[in-house]
Write a protein that binds this ligand. Structure first.
Ligand SMILES: Cc1cc2nc3c(=O)[nH]c(=O)nc-3n(C[C@H](O)[C@H](O)[C@H](O)COP(=O)(O)OP(=O)(O)OC[C@H]3O[C@@H](n4cnc5c(N)ncnc54)[C@H](O)[C@@H]3O)c2cc1C
Length: 386
């Protein structure tokens, strides 16, 4: 087994590290405080060629593997998880999903602008009454001539307040459960589409989250992805890649916590010694390191398998692996955030030091793209087959 990244992934990682340290790190605290990205952020990310990382070059993408997307997610999350979340919603939840399921005309129409960053993407699944139970969505789509009329409200949509293109799920047959869902490509200019409330969050501040409102929203029939009532395929394929990439967010956050803790434990002195010389502190740092190394390997393995075939990896193995990767890294990052605050003592509890932000950001990784509980259900269901 080869545990190393390949040459192009290593180059991507080191150039991104430099970019994040020089450009993003100095702005990260302000992004969190103001809850908004400065104007230069998206053009800079686009210039690096990250907006269509997994999309073939013929559509303007970088043609890289899911593992490269994981590398990007990890590096961005070390410095600014809000940016990595918005980047992921654009490039994976929207662009990658679109590429995987769109027909040639849809690919040609939408992918180049998404890959160049001219347009920002999002994914609209969650509704006020339907989160973990995604199949119970209430948004309806009724065919009328050459278009569909969509009605409903989506909530918690990353990039929702600013997105130009949205992969959005609605029920075309409300009595058919999972088999009655259709995936649509929505443009923000479509008649009947508007954005609702922007949601203020405890973490990932800067990444805009909000409601989408569909009131007889007119969507051309040619904007159906795959086919009517085939949305569950899009949703399930997308979720495995989404969980794998979001798992890398937890890895990045944990690495940041570990790096801050090592530095602080060397510098902070109590009882005439650096606190890093106390075994209680050493134990926390050693555990964080050991668990991080294990979780990273699982996330990379899931990424290799998720990228292994055009439609979401090897059979059902990827379902449990992606869920396990997200479960492990999400809970690890939450624990790492808590332990980092403990190691920083009273200073960790203040807004002066960055570790409070790590905890607030990390908490999302046990909720978004399926909660820890749902991830455990998926893993157990796959193993027990009952
Ligand atoms: C910052 C942020 C960004 C997001 N971005 C997007 C996005 O871009 N697009 C999108 O569509 N959605 C997005 N979401 C929504 C996210 O996917 C949902 O929040 C998540 O799936 C959980 O749904 P819920 O919040 O409705 O919680 P609920 O489903 O109501 O769950 C509440 C609690 O009940 C538990 N629970 C639910 N069902 C079960 C069960 N069967 N067994 C045991 N426990 C259970 C859950 O684990 C949780 O602890 C985002 C959410 C956040 C917070």
């Amino acid at each position: 087994m080869d545990f190393d990244l390949n040459e192009s992934q290593k180059i991507l990682q080191s150039s991104l590290k430099k970019f994040c340290d020089s450009k993003i790190r100095p702005a990260a605290e302000e992004i969190d405080r103001k809850d908004e990205f400065p104007e230069w952020v998206w053009p800079s990310i686009s210039e690096l060629g990250l907006m269509g990382i997994t999309i073939p070059e013929e559509f303007g993408g970088a043609g890289a593997e899911v593992l490269s997307a994981v590398v990007v997610m990890e590096e961005l999350s070390k410095v600014c998880p809000a940016l990595s979340l918005s980047w992921m919603a654009h490039s994976l939840l929207c662009a990658h999903n679109l590429f995987m399921h769109a027909n040639p005309a849809q690919r040609k129409k939408y992918l180049p602008d998404l890959c160049s960053g001219k347009k920002l993407g999002a994914l609209g699944l969650t509704e006020p009454g339907s989160g973990s139970d995604a199949v119970s969505i209430k948004t309806t789509a009724k065919k009328k001539g050459d278009r569909y009329l969509l009605n409903g409200t989506k909530t918690f949509i990353t990039n929702g307040p600013v997105a130009d293109v949205i992969v959005l799920y609605a029920k075309t047959d409300k009595d058919a459960g999972a088999k009655g869902i259709t995936a649509f490509i929505i443009e923000k200019g479509f008649k009947g589409f508007s954005t609702g409330k922007r949601i203020e969050k405890m973490g990932h501040r800067g990444s805009p989250t909000g409601e989408l409102i569909l009131e007889d929203c007119e969507v051309p029939a040619e904007n159906v992805l795959v086919g009517e009532n085939q949305g569950i395929t899009v949703m399930m394929d997308g979720l495995d890649v989404e969980r794998t990439v979001i798992a890398a967010g937890g890895i990045g956050c944990t690495q940041a916590a570990l790096d801050y803790c090592i530095q602080y434990a060397r510098e902070r002195e109590q009882f005439g010694k650096p606190i890093g010389s106390f075994q209680f502190i050493q134990g926390k740092i050693a555990d964080m390191y050991a668990q991080l190394e294990a979780a990273r390997l699982l996330v990379y393995k899931a990424a290799v398998i998720a990228g292994g075939s055009e439609r979401g990896g090897r059979g059902t193995e990827i379902n449990r692996l992606a869920a396990a990767a997200a479960l492990l890294s999400g809970e690890l990052s939450e624990q790492a955030g808590l332990q980092a605050i403990q190691i920083f003592g009273g200073y960790g509890y203040t807004l002066e030091y960055p570790v409070n932000r790590i905890l607030r950001d990390a908490k999302l990784y046990t909720i978004g793209a399926g909660t820890s509980e749902v991830r455990r259900i998926i893993i157990a269901r796959e193993l027990l087959k009952i």
